[in-house]
Design a protein around this ligand. Structure first.
Ligand code: PLP
Length: 425
């Protein structure tokens, strides 16, 4: 039994909020009404007739100056069609027999909007705090600072598990005052490691803590089918799951994030948001991506990424100066140690390789050596086959330059030895 009580956990000003209403909450744009309620421009968007004509002829027979993805109209503030598709995707019944509905959803401008909205909904600036588990995604602490919300840090257990330190988290939730939200990330960034469902359950069952467990599933579409806990919000009033179209769906440019939560939490977040936060092109493109055709493309691209991820795991240990794989392999990136001349993981080496890769070879990866438990680590996003080829060549040569050795790839005998020692999970 958890001690969660939304009425005392959320901020009182948010609980009392009257959401902004527009005339189209009452009278929908059904194509027959003339819409003179929202001070839009009935003559259409400021785009050339040629652009409007080619776009509209693909979608509609109405005049080109009137239609161009409906850009001259405000978008749907509720996005229930989009939310229904997201529910279809996540009602897998791997974690509950219950179903989530559009009432369980908030959609925002990337999951970064959801991260921030949760904080503004639950945390009183200057008083309340959030719990984070480093190494983790940097926006939780940026958003906390912007909102004048404090941080309680309970590091993940050491690599390669990067599991939750459940005992210490539970203790902090019992003893530290004013923690309202716990931001967890599964699979983790930069760890690539999934969190254990049973560990999350233990936090949800905390007997005295009045707060919300948030699981950021940005990379969940690279995990095995059924891994997402989104539908679990139907069981737990104190759970929120964040997802994004930026990673598995390859649509970072449309800025669409989603948050699954109990209907009362979703209602609060929806009442806080600016009314038209999701643009019409964003929802049109996302609805395509979540349709059977779009899902087929996503699955095909995921297979290609997984193949390149496996190639990196096979090839990187053969390169002299590449150390252990840290963390997991459930994302579209890998976290690897870089070794110095004497074979130790080392930030000076990792930083030098990072800089030379970018400046001399045009290959940009991420230096993560300063993150907790990531000494000497680079985080490498899995690219296309050509990109991975170029990265593998460049990293070996750059390591040889930085460490001053000739060998780029180990001999067969050396290779067998490093492969035998390679950590694969
Ligand atoms: C763990 C995690 N959460 C959220 C995000 C941001 O997602 P979005 O593009 O939806 O804002 C990222 C982006 O890198 C991420 O790594």
């Amino acid at each position: 039994m958890s001690a969660f009580n939304l009425e005392t956990c959320a901020r009182s000003n948010i609980l009392a909020l009257e959401p902004y209403r527009c005339a189209r909450d009452d009278y929908k744009d059904d194509g027959t009404n003339i819409l003179l309620d929202a001070n839009e421009n009935a003559y259409g968007p400021s785009l050339t007739t040629a652009a409007a004509s080619s776009a509209s002829s693909a979608t509609t027979s109405s005049g080109p100056e009137i239609d161009f993805l409906g850009l001259h109209r405000y978008p749907d503030p509720h996005q229930r069609g989009l939310k229904r598709l997201l529910c279809n995707l996540r009602n897998t019944h791997h974690h509950t027999d219950k179903k989530i509905t559009p009432d369980n959803l908030f959609v925002g401008v990337g999951s970064d909007e959801a991260i921030d909205s949760l904080m503004r909904c639950f945390c009183v600036p200057g008083r309340d705090r959030i719990l984070v588990c480093p190494p983790t995604y940097g926006m939780y602490s940026v958003s906390a600072q912007v909102n004048d919300v404090g941080l309680v840090k309970i590091p993940l257990l050491p690599a390669p598990s990067f599991a939750l330190d459940v005992a210490n988290i539970k203790q902090a939730l019992s003893n530290e005052p004013n923690i309202k939200l716990a931001y967890l990330c599964s699979p983790g960034n930069p760890t690539g490691a999934p969190l254990a469902k049973e560990d999350i359950r233990q936090l949800l069952e905390h007997p005295t803590w009045n707060g919300v467990v948030i699981v950021d599933e940005a990379y969940i579409d690279f995990s095995p089918e059924g891994s997402s806990l989104a539908e679990w919000v139907a069981e737990w009033p104190n759970l929120a799951i964040m997802q994004t179209s930026s990673k598995g769906f390859g649509m970072a440019g449309i800025r669409l994030g989603s948050l699954f939560a109990s209907a009362p939490i979703a209602r609060l977040l929806n009442s806080m948001k600016s009314p038209y936060n999701i643009t019409s092109p964003t929802s049109a493109l996302a609805m395509y991506a979540f349709s059977p055709d779009g899902l087929a493309v996503m699955h095909a691209n995921r297979e290609k990424i997984v193949a390149q991820r496996e190639r990196l795991i096979r090839e990187l240990p053969k390169i002299k100066g590449i150390g252990r794989l840290r963390g997991g392999i459930e994302s579209n990136f890998l976290l690897y140690e870089l070794l110095n001349k004497v074979g130790q993981p080392d930030n000076v080496t990792a930083l030098a390789v990072y800089e030379r890769l970018a400046e001399n070879r045009g290959v940009v990866v991420r230096f993560r050596g300063k993150e907790h438990g990531c000494l000497g680590c680079l985080r490498i996003t899995v690219g296309t086959e050509t990109e991975v080829t170029r990265f593998l060549e460049s990293v070996g040569e750059t390591l040889a330059e930085v460490n001053g050795h000739d060998i780029v790839v180990y001999s067969d005998e050396e290779k067998r030895e490093v492969e035998a020692n390679a950590v694969i999970s």
